[in-house]
Design a protein around this ligand. Structure first.
Ligand SMILES: Cc1ncc(COP(=O)(O)O)c(C=O)c1O
Length: 388
């Protein structure tokens, strides 16, 4: 079979591949502790499910407008105002099939052949491949745990050349959980304003922050970037709605209008009843998401405490998302090999750092119950003891 160059140029999502391997073992009846998951283990809040059932009963089952139903875009606009003081009108918002699809259409609309897109590493697995799919050239800025997994303004400035079209920021970060402060974002904003480059600010974990840290939205920190920023967020992570596939992008109307054209030829819109339920999520569920956030904070504390007691392992303490990204370079083996050993011998599934552009690390998700955290880290400790 002859396939397009586009598809041959990209690889499957490494996080989904690791989760699939864990599932295979579980299907054989093996008790696998799964730290690969990029989704909360909590059920979607009842209120949201009830709103969905009601929407179905009321026959919200027809095509929706391409950018989303007006009441949902209105709810998103109000949320951005309430949480970040941002002013977006509903026609500056487009609802997509998860944040992932919204990011995909932004890149398709803005990136041309050979345009450079700066991606700080460790990065979320899909940015790189989605930039390649758009014909762009990913330019990676390496960061490590010593730097708190943060890019410096100097690194950014040095990486920008005339072909640079965009910077992708993700704070809180998947896979590291690192968060940029408002002041740090402002510094990036000053550089991007001066150099006239776009920022895609993926804020999907913005509600999941700890130690009292409040994540600023990029435009909140750098208002001058209002017309060069596309904000990405959605319901998946904070509202425990990963399977509903609801995300959105907010940005200047001219860009949103082009995204609508692409979306009209691609998915039309996301499910209408999901949109109705999402109105309830954004308008009426602050209490529910705060409960989940608190639980994640407890789990982060527990997992961090246990991981940092494993001989040979060091770990950056994250302030957001639901991942730890421990450094395992002391074991002097590729992290993929260590991840494979942990799965095969200790039956603990983790994701190797390579897929995030960060060999030498493992990603452990703490979106699972505390018993699994205790047992899983104990198993990892015993398995790694043999490798030292
Ligand atoms: C940083 C980041 N952005 C976007 C997404 C995609 O989210 P969604 O499920 O809304 O497509 C994820 C999911 O893992 C993520 O970690």
């Amino acid at each position: 079979m002859r396939f397009s160059k586009r598809i041959l140029n990209i690889k499957p999502s490494s996080t989904l591949a690791a989760a699939a391997k864990a599932r295979e073992l579980k299907a054989k009846g093996i008790k696998v502790i799964d730290f690969t998951t990029g989704e909360p283990d909590f059920p979607t809040p009842e209120k949201i499910k009830e709103a969905c059932k009601k929407a179905l009963d009321e026959n919200w089952t027809k095509y929706a407008p391409v950018p989303g139903i007006p009441e949902l875009r209105q709810a998103i606009a109000q949320k951005l105002k309430k949480d970040h003081g941002l002013d977006y009108s509903p026609d500056e918002i487009i609802v997509g099939c998860g944040a992932k699809q919204s990011i995909y259409i932004v890149l398709q609309v803005l990136i041309d052949n050979e345009d450079e897109v700066i991606i700080p590493a460790p990065y979320w697995v899909s940015y790189l491949d989605q930039v390649l799919l758009a014909g762009g050239k990913p330019v990676i800025i390496q960061t490590d745990d010593k730097a708190g997994f943060k890019m410096t303004p100097q690194q950014l400035e040095k990486a920008i050349i005339p072909k640079t079209k965009m910077l992708i920021l993700n704070s809180p970060s998947n896979p590291t959980g690192a968060c940029y402060t408002k002041e740090e974002l402002k510094e990036f904003g000053d550089i991007c304003t001066k150099k006239k480059i776009w920022v895609l600010s993926d804020e999907i974990y913005s509600k999941l922050t700890y130690d009292g840290f409040k994540q600023a939205s990029f435009v909140e920190a750098a208002p001058a970037m209002r017309n060069q920023t596309i904000l990405i967020n959605g319901a998946s992570k904070a509202y425990s709605m990963t399977g509903w596939r609801m995300g959105f992008a907010a940005g200047p109307k001219e860009l949103i209008d082009k995204m609508k054209i692409l979306q009209s030829q691609e998915i039309t819109s996301i499910a209408t009843f999901v949109q109705r339920a999402s109105v309830t999520a954004f308008n009426d569920c602050d209490g529910e998401i705060e409960k989940m956030r608190k639980e994640f904070e407890k789990r982060r504390n527990l997992m961090f405490e246990l991981v940092t007691k494993i001989p040979g392992v060091t770990c950056f303490k994250p302030q957001g998302a639901f991942y730890l990204f421990p450094n395992i370079t002391a074991f002097k083996k590729p992290s993929q090999q260590i991840a494979d050993t942990l799965l095969e011998e200790a039956h603990v599934a983790v994701v190797a750092g390579e897929g995030f552009g960060a060999p030498g690390y493992l990603r452990l998700s703490y979106a699972c119950d505390t018993e699994s955290i205790k047992e899983g880290i104990q198993r990892i400790k015993e398995a790694l003891k043999k490798s030292l």
